[in-house]
Design a protein around this ligand. Structure first.
Ligand SMILES: [Fe+2]
Length: 274
């Protein structure tokens, strides 16, 4: 889009893998793309929104530490949880400009929030294994709708669980304590929260808390990138090779200085599978 040369295609890890190494889906979110994207970097939602019997929601506590850094491909959002051990459990999530996130899970996963217009966003979701094909268990899990993928209405990009049917909320399940929301699937849970606040929320009326530290910093960095672009300065994401990174989790000693280390912890050797 726009004048100038078409930039080279970025080295997204999952795009460089054979087709059977990945599983992809897409569905439309009925909200502004920034609303959806910020939901993807809201660390405390793992503790509440996704809480229950989901295997990846055992974090139990909200993060105590937040460190966000700008870098060549975009931003790194790191959150640290203190479980009272000798280490801090760090979760580093990369945001690749302009709208891409890698998720530090097994298999690895990714989201792309692609704006359609101010009130609609196409969310692409991908599971992938960097070094081998996805196995039957992993494909079944992806297709089950329990994880990030959405089951769509026939011949559409609209989720079966959507705002019009209250995302098929199960109040009995919610009351049982097995699910904080009573909603099935990480993807549906995220979508419900991001859409139900309204398609385009007036952010001047919100009250941010310490748990929003990463979101605040992300907004500052995004506004800075827009300002730099307006002034003709380079912005993150211009170098295709800078995208050779992954999100990752670490147990690090309590005295670790994440601000100093953060840029060295997300590099990945991609392409060994090719
Ligand atoms: Fe989420």
């Amino acid at each position: 889009m726009g004048p100038g040369e078409v930039p080279a295609f970025p080295d997204f890890e999952w795009t460089l893998l054979p087709e059977n190494y990945r599983y992809a889906s897409r569905h439309i979110q009925k909200c502004n793309w920034l609303q959806a994207l910020e939901g993807g970097f809201d660390a405390p939602n793992l503790t509440f929104l996704h809480a229950g019997e989901n295997p990846d929601s055992t974090s139990g506590i909200v993060p105590s530490f937040y460190e966000v850094a700008a870098c060549a491909f975009g931003f790194i959002v790191s959150t640290g949880r203190d479980f009272g051990k000798e280490t801090i459990s760090w979760n580093l999530n990369v945001r690749l400009m302009p709208f891409h996130k890698i998720i530090a899970t097994t298999p690895h996963a990714a989201h792309m929030w692609d704006p359609i217009d101010d009130a609609n966003t196409m969310l692409y979701s991908i599971d992938f294994q960097p070094h081998r094909p996805l196995n039957e268990t992993e494909i079944a899990r992806a297709a089950s709708d329990d994880w990030i993928h959405s089951e769509n209405l026939p011949n559409s990009d609209i989720g079966v669980r959507n705002k019009r049917n209250e995302y098929l909320i199960d109040r009995i399940l919610q009351a049982s304590g097995k699910s904080f929301t009573g909603l099935k699937g990480f993807g549906t849970q995220d979508c419900a929260i991001e859409e139900s606040m309204g398609t385009l929320v007036d952010r001047s009326r919100e009250h941010l808390l310490p748990g929003d530290a990463a979101i605040i910093k992300l907004r500052q960095l995004l506004l800075q990138a827009l300002k730099d672009h307006e002034e003709g300065k380079p912005i993150p994401g211009g170098d295709p090779q800078s995208f050779r990174v992954c999100s990752i989790r670490y147990e690090l000693t309590c005295d670790t200085n994440m601000a100093q280390l953060i840029n060295t912890l997300v590099k990945v050797d991609i392409g060994s599978a090719a």
